[in-house]
Design a protein around this ligand. Structure first.
Ligand code: SF4
Length: 690
């Protein structure tokens, strides 16, 4: 990359894209990052994908970075450069006035799941102490909210039960459900592929021919939105075939009899018809999973992003429970979290009902402890999920919104609805690196700092807390996000002393039992030696917890759930005859805010496309590479047809990354019945030749 070893400094840090949490060195020459070099981290073992290798620093130095605060000129309507004092005074006075006139219910704050734990902790503290609101949430609401809600209900803790390396090395069978790790979590994908090549059996449950399906012993190419029927059918077959662990069920769980009775109607024939699969494949999958000494379920957004997402998660938990696949190596139920620190965003209490460490706001003792420590009264009412905030903006119940590092105009379903909601606000503040599509609607835009310009920690998908370190500063007037929040708290009447990132982690550890043993000092020490610490980590001598639920579940006994199959909210019909589902490609990340600043990644994959089955394409006169118009009840876009057999007839698939032909103009904002996560994975569309 055009440097000599003696010219550069190398700073060990954590990748800012997906939640694998790969460790690498930022190579810094003359104050600029010029390269990355893989490190031997606990989840990547010297591996990196193309995003970590080449897409992790161009955006830091991008000329598109915001370098000064912007304030909207009330006369011209344009965003104009302002001083920090002008911008922060305006935010404090307008948000403070809305709070004082309408109460904290009229304000909301969205946390950035790509930022550090310390930033997110301070954001939710600002919301609760200065905004006087529990309307604080993060983008887990649009991805793994059902994992947090579902696994908390069945196990008592909504996170991966086993580490990545443990699964790759010790599982006899891996069942991959609604997850395409070779594109979305590439370094995990590489490790799973190696495991299969060493002899681990693989069951893929996915509506598409993903890369790992070609390596699988069984591929259940089921209809999108039918996961619960599939899992209940698996459970019935396991029970009928005697492939259950009765001793584990008796000792460690509750509710089995009701569960066994409930799944009885999910016969192989019913499931085959509902899911569009061969009944013999379902039976074979059940026997392969049930006969393993250790079988791991690994899943992702194909399970969660449904109106029945939480039920989907709980139905997978049931499978592991009846087979005793908890609390030992190579097993468990493992949600692959999306963004680098979306696990941390939930851990840090950026959700309406939870304080840090999932301490419940509904518990008066928890609230009292935070009130005593923070020295302020905290609102007691139940906050609103982010996805439920949008209708409340339109109705005028929410009037002021602070968005930290999120871009809902690009990422949330039904874009027209999101824009209408943002336009309805009295006051919108965006703290970001770039003038995103969302920031264009803001009254004030605040330039924060990237992962390469700050100290802190990320929590990867394995609950592993790892360090990020400041490597560079960029020209201009960006500020640490924690300093922005602290400054605003003080301007809005809450006396918050200045704290460093390490001091903030000390406060988190003091208030959060599962983080009691975590500090920057310990993470930097020879004892931890770059391995991070996996929570729960209950004290300074506690080694962390790689495998959860050993001997006992977090909630005591594991709970079976009676999750029933309910069809998706919008199915194809005469007007919109095809089903659309969405997902990720390897070379980009989410709304591309960071990855599209690297030209090489755009060359690999730089624009929208729609995968169609050959039969559907032929019927519409569409050839591979043709431009097509894709319409749903909510919007219409142009895209490029990729014609193949990857999806079944009647089904289409689009990546959700691209601004040209953004799939979210089409997706449905129907919400999960329990935790309000949108059903990105199923909606009805019409495709025509453009
Ligand atoms: Fe970064 Fe994820 Fe790629 Fe690792 S797998 S380098 S964490 S994007």
């Amino acid at each position: 990359a055009g440097y000599r070893e003696w010219e550069v400094e190398k700073v060990l840090t954590t990748c800012p894209h997906c939640a694998t949490g790969c460790q690498y060195y930022l190579v810094v020459k003359d104050g600029k990052i010029v390269d990355t070099e893989a490190a031997d981290g606990p989840s990547n073992h010297g591996l990196l994908c193309v995003k970590g290798r080449s897409g992790s620093f161009d955006f830091v130095h991008s000329p598109e970075r915001l370098t000064h605060p912007l304030v909207r000129n009330s006369e011209t309507g344009e965003l104009e450069q302002a001083t920090w004092d002008e911008a922060l005074d305006l935010v404090a006075s307008r948000m403070g006035a809305l709070r004082d006139q309408f109460g904290g219910q009229a304000l909301a704050a969205f946390a950035c799941a790509r930022s550090a734990n310390e930033d997110i902790y301070m954001l939710q503290k600002m919301a609760r102490t200065a905004f006087k609101t529990n309307n604080v949430d993060n983008c887990a609401r649009v991805c793994h909210g059902p994992s947090v809600a579902g696994l908390a209900q069945t196990l008592g803790s909504g996170a991966m039960t086993n580490p990545i390396t443990d699964i790759a090395e010790n599982a006899e069978v891996i069942m991959l459900v609604g997850s395409n790790p070779e594109e979305a979590h590439p370094v995990i994908g590489m490790q799973l592929r190696k495991a299969v090549e060493r002899g681990t059996k693989l069951i893929v449950v996915d509506p598409r021919d993903i890369g790992l399906a070609r390596k699988a012993d069984i591929h259940l190419k089921l209809n999108p939105g039918t996961n619960v029927a599939f899992a209940n059918g698996m459970a019935r077959e396991l029970i009928h075939a005697g492939l259950i662990d009765q001793a584990f069920i008796d000792e460690r769980s509750e509710g089995f009899a009701d569960f066994a009775a409930m799944v009885e109607k999910y016969t192989p024939e019913f499931v085959a018809e509902t899911c569009g699969i061969d009944a013999r494949d379902l039976v074979a999958a059940a026997h392969t999973y049930g006969q393993a000494g250790a079988a791991a379920i690994v899943y992702c957004l194909g399970v969660t992003e449904h109106t029945g997402g939480t039920e989907g998660v709980m139905s997978l938990s049931n499978l592991a429970m009846i087979t005793g696949n908890f609390g030992k190596p190579g097993c468990g139920v493992n949600p692959l979290r999306g963004q680098n620190n979306v696990q941390g965003a939930c851990d840090m209490g950026a959700t309406p009902g939870d304080f840090p460490g999932y301490q419940k706001q509904a518990n008066p003792e928890v609230v009292a402890r935070f009130e005593q420590h923070w020295g302020v009264e905290i609102p007691k009412w139940k906050g609103t999920y982010a996805t439920d905030c949008f209708p409340k903006m339109i109705s005028g119940d929410i009037k002021g919104l602070f968005i930290f590092g999120e871009d809902p105009v690009r990422t949330d379903p039904d874009t027209a609805h999101v824009i209408r909601a943002l336009k309805s606000l009295d006051f919108l503040v965006v703290d970001d690196l770039f003038l995103t599509e969302t920031a264009k609607y803001a009254d004030v835009v605040l330039p924060g700092r990237s992962y390469a310009e700050k100290e802190g920690t990320f929590s990867n998908t394995e609950r592993r807390v790892q360090r990020i370190r400041a490597a560079v500063t960029i020209p201009g007037e960006t500020r640490l996000d924690t300093d922005i929040f602290i400054d605003l708290m003080n301007r809005m009447g809450y006396a918050q002393p200045q704290l460093t990132s390490a001091q903030i982690m000390d406060e988190i550890a003091e208030l959060t039992p599962s983080f009691h043993g975590i500090s920057h000092e310990r993470l930097d020490s020879a004892e931890v030696a770059g391995a991070g610490l996996q929570w729960p980590c209950k004290g300074p001598d506690h080694p962390g917890t790689p495998i959860m639920h050993v001997g006992q579940f977090t909630r005591g006994k594991g709970a079976f759930s009676l999750a029933e199959y309910i069809p998706a909210a919008e199915l194809p019909d005469a007007d919109y005859p095809l089903m659309l589902t969405t997902g990720r490609v390897l070379a980009q990340y989410n709304a591309c805010a960071m990855t599209d600043k690297t030209p090489g990644l755009n060359e690999i994959s730089g624009s929208s496309f729609i995968e169609m089955n050959c039969e559907d394409a032929a019927a519409l006169g569409v050839a591979d590479g043709d431009r097509v118009r894709v319409s749903s009840r909510r919007g219409s876009i142009e895209s490029t047809a990729h014609v193949s057999g990857k999806t079944n007839p009647g089904q289409t698939w689009m990546p959700f990354h691209f601004q040209d032909g953004n799939a979210n103009w089409l997706t449905n904002a129907a919400l999960d019945r329990i935790c309000s996560t949108p059903e990105y994975k199923v909606c009805a569309v019409r495709v025509e030749k453009a």
